[in-house]
Design a protein around this ligand. Sequence first.
Ligand code: HEC
Length: 253
Amino acid sequence: MQSSQTRFTTPHLHSLLATRGLAAAVMVALTAGAAVSPALAQVPEDAARLGLQELRTLVTEGTGVVGDLQGVINSGKVPRDKVSPEALLAQLRARYQTAAKASLDAPAPGLVGEVRKAYVDAYVSVVTRHQGVLAKGGQDSFVPAYFRALVLKEFNAGMKGKLQAYATNREADLINGDWAVHRVMKGSPLAADVAKAMDGGALDPIVKRSGDRMLGYWPMKLNANCVACHAQNGLKQTEGGFGGALVAEVKVK
Ligand code: HEC
């Protein structure tokens, strides 16, 4: 398999991607360590389901904030107050409110609260650290998939193995080999289930218990923008088809 570094064609992202090898290796190490840790706290099934749903909403809406800004970012003329951490957090609040019909700031018990805190912390941290890139802008300088990968890496570290989440795809459709399911879910008994579901390419979500874990699997559907941009990275995909999945797992009692 070729790496993103060789397949990726946008020069600006090249430099972003080049710095990522080590960080990705650290993430995989953390994830693998978490998967075998006997000290891992386990949560009841109901709480696990709610935690998974919360994660799904946050990743969808958070990634959507950066998705909505692609036009202005790509233009290279970015008003700084549109991409400040405060502005981006306000956007997340607004999108979350609409999607979840609840306030992002409302107190939430248990795993939901932990997921929300870890996600918001990771989101704010990533947009703060990348203010330079965001404010400068430029074509494909900050694509949603890249943002999502950065946030999930910090989110997973923040959750310390309790709930782990990844954006992944089947082998033939990967842009960045770091996100192969056998890598991101290394050591997880659910990795084979996820690989099988992706190979099937069905667009139905799966939330189910398997052994000591609860799996959340949410397929993504390709639109014209996804297909066009991925094509620049060497992929041949079809609009309306399976375009990868957001996956999360929680250890349950
Ligand atoms: C502007 C370009 C662009 C657009 C638009 C885009 N992607 Fe991607 N996508 C990428 C890049 C670049 C990566 C690799 C990111 C990385 O290296 O972490 C990626 C990675 C992914 C991944 C992670 C697995 C992998 O292949 O590395 C998934 C899943 C994915 N994209 C799905 C989608 C879907 C679904 C859409 C549309 C709703 C979409 N993308 C839109 C550029 C794009």
